[in-house]
Structure formats: structure tokens, C-alpha cells
Design a protein around this ligand. Structure first.
Ligand code: AMP
Ligand code: GLY
Length: 423
């Protein structure tokens, strides 16, 4: 069997490594992948947003199954295009990927079906948004409607900051057309939990929960990033909360999408906040999270390809999806200066890993057999162990052995989770 994985970051590397456990898979193509994956997949020099390029490649290479991992190609309709030439896929069609592609869509969906989320208003007229902010409760949250590389959310602590955020999105178009419409929403408080799930449109199977660390520096200081590290499971996600989420959020979302004629098949990511009024949806993503995947998939005990195929065929209810009861920690090693300005091209030497650790490569290229940095987030160093304490210790011990002079990493990944466990 030949498998195509669209995407090129640490998440895709984690997916590829897990898929490789299936012995029926002869070859995995990573499109475009990155130099750090070359021992795990055949790299294909086509951009992940080049839908025609993806389709032509799949046709010429007789691909048996495709996994479309990033948001952009999903929202652009890569799955529709591939299925159109008879290639079965893991990932939602364009009309379902809109759950991430448009915040206005997802907020309106939640309102219509009574799914708990922050109160909000939608604006496509800047003056109306600004005058609403004269009396809106502060702090408030401003969100660009469309995709914005995970940066389209601004938490405003003052009225002036809120107005600046609206102007920057709607007038200065810092996120391009994604900011032509904005959502202004209630500021919620509470611990955040990421829950990735497999869903075939009928049943929803949550994966082990996880916790992201979005800020660039220790103690949650610095700018928001794509994620500087993760742990799984998330101690705030208790059995009671999980049951409540299934009843009030997960099943209602799947049902709502079906009723709207937008059946969702693939990985649906629930970004949740556990507020004092119960769990609420902060965001939906139409894909695996990055770097959540780097701690969730190493804990998966079932065969990933079998689960993905069942998801795409609508047969998830007949398939066992099992997770280990261990814990995992992933420390992201980024280029100094990320998420603002950083240099690339620095040599990287990776240490040996054992059966309970992995290094996923996110931003690197390979030149003359040498690995060189080529991005902001460069590596995801993951360790699995019986306890969270030990997984964290092991992930850091491995991270310290990485040779990469332009790299930096947070020293406190998992500390928030450990504190919660000790409460
Ligand atoms: P998003 O890109 O939607 O995941 O938002 C990025 C981050 O902004 C989230 O992980 C939260 O920490 C924060 N955030 C988003 N919406 C809200 C909200 N309504 N209240 C408080 N924080 C929020
Ligand atoms: N780690 C957050 C995301 O993948 O959107």
C-alpha cells in the first residue's frame, strides 16, 4: 500500500512514524515533508496548498490512501479533490473544514445548537465594531473570521487595545481577508484542555486529552506561538468533565454538522476551557493539533492506519481505539527569536532515542547528509513514561542532548499539569 501524507511539520512526522507501524504499508510519501523525515518517508517537492499538484501526484503514483493534515489544504478542498479521483482520504471535506476555516460559522453553529461557548457578536463593519467596544465588557477577545496561522486571536485587556485590534484586522488587514469579518467575544477564564477526536460523522471517539503551552517563554510569558510543548493526559480533564463534554459538546457538534449537511469525517479538535460554569468551546480545529499530536499519537495503542481507514469509511463504531494509560511530554526546540525573527541554516545533531522516546522534526532540511534548521519550531522531543513526572524528566534529559546552537526551549513544560495533579 502507498500512503500520501500532506503537510510538513512535527505533527506530520508523528503521524508518519505511527503509520509506519502498519506492516501493509510499503511506502509513505510526505508532501512536502521536511529533511528531518527523510528516513521515514519519501519527500515530495510540492506545496501543501497546491491542490492540483497534490491530485496529479496521487494519480501518477497510484496512491491508495491519503492523510491531509494541515488546515489550509483541508479548507481549500484537498479531500474533495482527491476523493474526486478515487483516492480515499482521512480528513474532512471542504464543507466540513469550515468549522475551523470560519470562526463566524463555528460560533453561529454553536449558538444554533446550544453548544456551550463564549457569548459573541459578529461585525463586518469596522465602525459598528468600534462603537460596540465603547460599552462591551473588558477584557474582551477579538478574533479574525478566517485562518491566520493560529495568530488571529487578540485578548484585549483595555478598551483601547480592543479597538486597536479591530483596526489592525479590519483596516490594516494584518491577516488579509481573514480579518474582513471579526468576532468579538466574552473573555473566559479557566484551565484549557485540547481534546482531539476521531469522528466518522456518526460516532466520536475522543483521544487522550492534552495540554498545550502557547507562550514563547517560561511562566507563560512572551508572545503566543504555535505551541512550545505539550503533555498528555491533561489532569484538568477528569472523568466527570469528559462525560459532560461528550454530552454537551462532542456529540451535539457531530449531530449539528450532520444536520447542516456537513458531515465531518477525520480528526476534530476541541479546544476547551473548563470554566466555573462548565466546559466551553474556545475553538474547533478540523485537524490534528500541533504539538498535541506529538504526545497523543505516541500513546495510541491501536493501529493508526486501521483507525483512519475506518473513519474515512464511516465504520469507526466497529473499530477499537485504545490508548495507553501512560503519560507523555513533548518539548519543542525552536530557533532563537521565534515567533518573531529568527535565522535558519544551523546544524543539528540528534541523540539516540529508545522505545519510549522520539524526536519529531518540524523545521529542518537535509544538505550533504547534514540536518540544518529551517523554520521557527524545529524539533519536538517526546518521552513516554508511567508517570507525568518521569515523562517530563525524560523529555528534558533527551532535549539536553540535542546539539543545536541556535535553539531554545521552555524549561517548564508540564509544570502547570504537575501542580494540578498535586492539588
Ligand atoms: P485560538 O486561536 O482560538 O485557539 O485562541 C488562542 C488562545 O486565545 C486560546 O488558546 C486561549 O488561550 C485564548 N482565547 C481564545 N478565546 C478566548 C476567550 N473567549 N476567553 C479567553 N481566552 C481566549
Ligand atoms: N496547538 C494548537 C493547534 O494546533 O491549533
Amino acid at each position: 500500500m502507498k500512503i500520501l501524507v500532506v503537510g510538513g511539520g512535527g505533527r506530520e512526522h508523528a503521524i508518519i512514524k505511527k503509520l509506519k507501524e502498519n506492516k501493509d504499508i510499503e511506502e509513505i510519501f510526505a508532501l512536502p515533508g521536511n529533511g528531518g523525515m527523510k528516513d521515514d518517508a519519501t519527500l515530495v517537492n510540492i506545496g501543501a496548498k497546491d491542490i492540483d499538484g497534490i491530485v496529479n501526484f496521487a494519480k501518477q503514483n497510484k496512491i491508495d490512501f491519503a492523510v491531509v493534515a494541515p488546515d489550509d489544504p483541508l479548507v481549500l478542498g484537498a479531500v474533495d479533490a482527491l476523493e474526486g479521483i478515487g483516492v480515499p482520504c482521512f480528513g474532512p471535506k471542504k464543507n466540513a473544514a469550515i468549522i475551523e476555516g470560519s470562526k463566524v460559522f463555528s460560533k453561529n453553529l454553536m449558538k444554533k445548537y446550544g453548544i456551550p461557548t463564549a457569548q459573541y457578536e459578529v461585525f463586518d463593519d469596522m465602525e459598528k465594531a468600534l462603537s460596540y467596544l465603547d460599552s462591551a465588557p473588558i477584557p474582551t477577545v477579538i478574533k479574525a473570521d478566517g485562518l491566520a496561522l493560529g495568530k488571529g486571536v487578540i485578548i484585549a485587556m483595555t478598551r483601547e487595545e480592543a479597538k486597536d485590534a479591530v483596526r489592525s484586522m479590519m483596516e490594516n488587514k494584518i491577516f488579509g481577508e481573514s480579518g474582513s469579518r471579526v468576532v468579538i467575544e466574552e473573555f473566559l477564564e479557566g484551565p484549557e484542555v485540547s481534546v482531539l477526536s476521531f469522528t466518522d460523522g456518526n460516532v466520536v471517539v475522543p483521544m487522550v486529552s492534552s495540554m498545550d503551552h502557547k507562550r514563547a517563554h517560561d511562566n507563560d510569558e512572551g508572545l503566543n506561538t504555535g505551541g512550545m510543548g505539550t503533555v498528555a493526559p491533561n489532569p484538568y480533564y477528569t472523568k466527570e468533565i469528559a462525560d459532560e463534554c461528550m454530552k454537551t459538546i462532542f456529540l451535539p457538534t457531530i449531530e449539528a454538522m450532520k444536520k447542516e449537511g456537513r458531515e465531518f469525517r477525520g480528526c476534530l479538535y476541541f479546544g476547551l476551557m473548563i470554566t466555573k460554569d462548565g466546559p466551553k468551546v474556545i475553538e474547533y480545529n478540523c485537524r490534528f493539533g500541533d504539538p498535541e499530536t506529538q504526545v497523543v499519537l505516541p500513546l495510541l495503542r491501536s493501529d493508526l492506519f486501521t483507525v483512519m481507514k475506518a473513519t474515512s469509511e464511516g465504520k469507526l463504531s466497529e473499530t477499537e481505539v485504545k490508548f495507553s494509560s501512560e503519560s507523555a511530554c513533548c518539548v519543542i526546540v525552536a530557533s532563537k527569536g521565534y515567533p518573531v525573527k529568527y535565522e535558519s541554516g544551523f546544524p543539528i545533531v540528534l541523540p539516540e532515542t529508545d522505545s519510549k522516546s522520539e524526536i519529531f522534526v518540524a523545521g529542518a532540511k537535509c544538505e550533504d547528509g547534514k540536518l540544518l534548521s529551517a523554520g521557527g519550531r524545529v524539533l519536538g522531543v517526546t518521552a513516554v513514561s508511567d508517570t507525568l513526572d518521569h515523562a517530563i524528566e525524560k523529555a528534558y534529559a533527551l532535549t539536553e542532548k540535542v546539539e543545536f546552537e541556535n535553539g531554545f526551549y521552555r524549561k517548564d513544560i508540564g509544570q502547570r499539569a504537575l501542580k494540578a495533579l498535586k492539588k
